[in-house]
Design a protein around this ligand. Structure first.
Ligand SMILES: [Zn+2]
Length: 234
C-alpha cells in the first residue's frame, strides 16, 4: 500500500490538472450563475491525498479559501479513479460546503449543526449532491432522498423523544456497516498481529472480514480493527 502511487504516475496525473480544472470550473460556473455565487473564483488545489477525496477550506484563521481535490481519485489515469457520476458528486459535495458559508440558510434548515449538518444537506439538495459525508461507490448515480435528510426530528418534540433511541441505533448501525477496507489491505489486530484481508462480507449491521494472520485465517468484524483507512470526504 505504501507505493499506491509512484512518482511517474504522479507526473502523469499532474498533467491532467488543466482538464480537471476546466471540468470543475464549468460545473461551478453554472452553479454560480444559478445561485448568484462566486465559487469559480476560489483557487482549486490538487494533491495526492489517499484518505481524502476532496475538501473545501473557508477563509479565516490565517487560511486562504480554497477547494482541494485528490488526483488519486479524480485523475482519469489513476488506478483509484472515480466514475464520472461519483466525480461530479464529489465536486457538488464540496460546492455545497462553499454554499454553506456564502448563502443565507433558512432558519428551518439550521436544526443540526456541524460540517455535514442540516445546512449543508440543504445546500446538497440545491446542487444535487448526495447528502452523505461518506463516499460510496455509485452514490453519484442514486436518486437522493432529501426529504429524509432534511427531516427535522425536533419539529415535533414528542416524536423526537420516541425516535431518539432508534436514530442513535441507526447511526451506529450505518457506521458499522460501512466498508472501510479492501481486499489486500494490511490490518493490525491487537492480539493476532498484522494480517492481510482476503475477503469482505457485508452483514446487516457490520462488515465481516476474512483475514490471514501469521498463525491462521480468521473472520473478524471490522469494528474491532485498529487501523482505519477508510476514505472520508471532509
Ligand atoms: Zn464534506
Amino acid at each position: 500500500m505504501d507505493d499506491l502511487i509512484s512518482e511517474s504516475a504522479k507526473r502523469q496525473l499532474r498533467k491532467e490538472i488543466p482538464a480537471l480544472k476546466a471540468e470543475i470550473l464549468a460545473l461551478y460556473r453554472s452553479l454560480d450563475r444559478k445561485f448568484g455565487l462566486h465559487a469559480a473564483e476560489v483557487p482549486i488545489e490538487f494533491g495526492f491525498d489517499e484518505e481524502r477525496l476532496g475538501a473545501y477550506t473557508p477563509s479565516g484563521n490565517g487560511q486562504e479559501e480554497s477547494f482541494y481535490f485528490s488526483l488519486v481519485f479524480v485523475g482519469y489515469l489513476s488506478r483509484e479513479s472515480l466514475h464520472r457520476e461519483d466525480k461530479l458528486d464529489l465536486y457538488r459535495h464540496e460546492y455545497a460546503h462553499y454554499m454553506q458559508f456564502h448563502m443565507d440558510i433558512p432558519q428551518e434548515y439550521r436544526f443540526r449543526s456541524g460540517l455535514h449538518g442540516s445546512a449543508w444537506k440543504y445546500c446538497c439538495s440545491l446542487v444535487g449532491a448526495a447528502p452523505s459525508e461518506y463516499y460510496r461507490f455509485g452514490k453519484g448515480r442514486e436518486k437522493h432522498d432529501y426529504e429524509k435528510a432534511l427531516n427535522n426530528p425536533w419539529k415535533n418534540p414528542h416524536t423526537a423523544l420516541l425516535d431518539l433511541a432508534h436514530r442513535k441505533r441507526e447511526a451506529e448501525d450505518s457506521r458499522n456497516r460501512m466498508i472501510r477496507y479492501r481486499k489486500g489491505d494490511t490490518v493490525v489486530h491487537p492480539k493476532f498481529g498484522s494480517g492481510t484481508i482476503e475477503d469482505l462480507e457485508q452483514m446487516t449491521g457490520s462488515v465481516r472480514l476474512t483475514i490471514r494472520f501469521p498463525d491462521a485465517v480468521r473472520k473478524i468484524d471490522q469494528k474491532w480493527l485498529l487501523r482505519s483507512n477508510y476514505k472520508k470526504r471532509s
